[in-house]
Design a protein around this ligand. Sequence first.
Ligand code: ARG
Length: 340
Amino acid sequence: MSDKKASNQMWGGRFASGPAAIMEAINASIGFDRKLYAQDISGSIAHSEMLAETGIISAADQEKIAHGLNTILKEIEAGTFEFSTRLEDIHMNVEARLADLIGPAAGRLHTARSRNDQVAVDLRLWVKRECQRVAQALKDLIAAFLERAEEHAATVMPGFTHMQAAQPVTFGHHCMAYVEMFGRDLSRVRDAIERMDESPLGAAALAGTSFSIDRHMTAKALGFREPTRNSLDSVSDRDFALEFLSLAAICATHLSRLAEEIIIWSTPQFGFIRLSDSFSTGSSIMPQKKNPDAAELVRGKTGRVNGHLVGLLTVMKGMPLTYGKDMQEDKEAVFDAAET
Ligand code: ARG
């Protein structure tokens, strides 16, 4: 990271000095929000096209802006983009580089926009894409369980309550219970996508803008069903992130119960299943052991995902409308939960 500028070049004009080093460190989100680069750039391109279409900026400026943004996209993807902590976040890093590349036309991109609606649109796009990926992963998982259920439609096993052998069931029947659980997870993902499918772009800082922008145009260009309705809500809503974390936590909890069964069933005392070598570990001094590490990690990582949900709920619970910097804390929770 380079530290080229003395004070923040985006808003520091009336500040005599730059931020203290410790302030810069706590304030910067570029270390993690660079993950949003693709969404940030497509959001900016859509916004610039709308500004040109409505006559707010010239077509020539829009062309320069779009060309510059595409160059930046390539630089980031090639790993040659120089991120700076002094420029706080992905939005200002991209904007500053755009000014280097195309000069004064870059400044016109931020007309009728604020980082508040910008970050809201970026994160929504990211979470929506992630939800679509999770939906596909759940479909694959359900298909795998259906296959197993069919194979074991007549494989008798004990059914348990209180972990006491209760009544005979089949393993197929047991697998179908997971088909139901992951089926509900899938319906929760679809439901969440449906609700988050609104574009907050145009809410600007909080109260909209006096420029006559076309919010339907940017919503459509970015693949949203429609624009959001209330500008204050648009910049302060993080329900979509909370919903993602809740559905992730419920799904992880289901996976954790499965992991727990795998762990119990693979003990010599139960002996229901034998784990494959590729998903277990051993011990040099206790050669009789085959440790179910993969299942234990699934069970363990559930704590981490559930923790992110409680973490973001706690960040949001005390926040008055509208935006506050607290909300910058939404990203790492969402990113880590998605990756986990
Ligand atoms: N990095 C900020 C975040 O993630 C972007 C929005 C900043 N807005 C502001 N008014 N300071 O929340």
